[in-house]
Design a protein around this ligand. Structure first.
Ligand SMILES: Cc1ncc(COP(=O)(O)O)c(C=O)c1O
Length: 401
């Protein structure tokens, strides 16, 4: 196959695609497990993984085989029809979650949107028509549709897109008193990321998340766990709330559950899910046989004890290597995160650091104002972790101008 030059692809993209992303000067062509190659044949270690999406590795053979088989059977049908993949994926996920029933969506934002609708209807019926307020957190991220983006903290800084959803307040993350000062008889739900991803890889403290659970129970307010980035094995358990050991009323998942196929879901306890009646919610593509077949194949790999152990072993190895580098240089200010969801603050300009890492064959993203975010495929082993550490060490020690 012959390719255009990178420069020309960048120009063609600049001409035809809305300028909503910082365009990187690498045109990605193919991938295998933890690595990707660009159209010039340059190889990169992928510590982005589509931002915590490619859970079971790029071009995972079980996914390819299942997709091929399913595409030769049936890809799409109306949500009114049941299919073997949809029912199996639903049973697999509800079997591991405190939520008894699931609704499949096409993205994370749609999972959040559905969760907000469910919480509001539950509160309307159980607490009264004025109980519609939502508490989210400063530096949160929940997606780009209007309900989800209103809960996202950034919305408070972007009035040009308003008016947003009324009744959404932002408390300080990891500060229970801040939640207590906002919670009232009008609060129907609190939505929280167990680890803030876009906000800079900031884990909730155990004390905060358990305190939040207790507070929601005491006030009869629903707790929505947005595990779209932290879930699906990324912090050592299929569900992030299981890794932290709390039980949300509604759980939102996406990203890693499809391994690269766009799909999301929200799950809820039966007494909450049962307020949804025929016609209250829906989606054209959500729960389609191709997507749910892939969810089954992906989650069935993630849930294996050896797979989850590898995540935590690789994480420990990466964190130890980063801590050594922190001790050896004056360049690392902080290392945060759990499992394979890590954030590293350095003294360097984050844009220049990510550019230097890319030049040196490692792809990483920015989170928050200045953190280098590492969310590699969960199949990353010790050898790839050493490769990442070598590349980071080289760039950090050389310095970024
Ligand atoms: C915690 C969290 N919630 C929601 C979303 C939105 O997901 P999507 O981009 O699939 O709509 C994201 C995406 O980064 C996320 O990290």
């Amino acid at each position: 196959m012959t390719f255009d030059t990178t420069e020309n692809y960048v120009q063609r993209a600049t001409d035809t695609i809305m300028p909503l992303y910082a365009i990187k000067d690498a045109v990605l062509d193919k991938a295998k497990n933890c690595h990707v190659w660009d159209t010039d044949g340059k190889k990169y270690l992928d510590c982005i993984a589509g931002i915590a999406v490619v859970s079971v590795g790029h071009c995972n053979q079980r996914m390819i085989d299942a997709a091929t088989d399913q595409m030769n059977k049936i890809w799409m049908c109306s949500g009114s029809y049941q299919t073997d993949p949809k029912v199996k994926a639903a049973e697999l996920l509800t079997g591991m979650c405190c939520g008894d029933q699931i609704f499949f969506t096409n993205s994370g934002a749609e999972a959040v949107e559905g969760a907000l609708k469910l919480a509001r209807k539950w509160a309307h019926l159980n607490k009264g028509p004025d109980c519609k307020e939502i508490i989210a957190f400063e530096d949160s991220f929940h997606g780009r549709t209007y309900g989800a983006v209103t809960c996202t903290y950034k919305s408070t800084k972007q009035p040009e897109f308003g008016p947003y959803l009324p009744g959404v307040h932002h408390a300080k993350f990891n500060d229970l008193d801040s939640v207590k000062s906002l919670i009232s008889d009008k609060t129907c739900a609190v939505i929280v990321e167990p680890i803030q991803g876009e906000g800079g890889i900031v884990p909730a403290t155990d004390e905060f998340i358990q305190g939040l659970r207790d507070l929601c129970t005491e006030k009869n307010v629903l707790m929505i766990s947005d595990e779209i980035q932290a879930g699906m094995g990324r912090i050592g358990k299929v569900f992030a709330h299981a890794a932290y050991d709390y039980e949300p009323d509604i759980t939102c998942i996406a990203k890693g559950m499809g391994g690269g196929f766009p799909i999301g879901a929200f799950l809820a306890k039966k007494e909450i899910a049962s307020v949804f009646k025929y016609g209250d919610h829906g989606t054209t593509y959500g729960g389609n046989p191709l997507g749910t077949r892939l969810v089954y194949e992906v989650v069935d790999q993630i849930r294996q004890p050896a797979f989850l152990k590898n995540v935590m072993d690789t994480s420990a190895h990466l964190i130890a290597g980063l801590e050594k580098l922190q001790a050896d240089t004056n360049s690392i200010e902080a290392i945060r995160g759990k499992g394979l969801m890590l954030g590293v603050d350095t003294v360097y300009d984050i844009g220049k650091l990510l550019g230097a890492l890319q030049d040196n064959g490692l792809l990483a993203t920015q989170a928050g104002a200045k953190s280098m975010r590492l969310t590699p495929p969960l199949t990353m082993g010790i050898a790839e972790a050493d490769e990442a550490l070598e590349k980071i060490e080289y760039v950090i020690k050389k310095g970024v101008m």
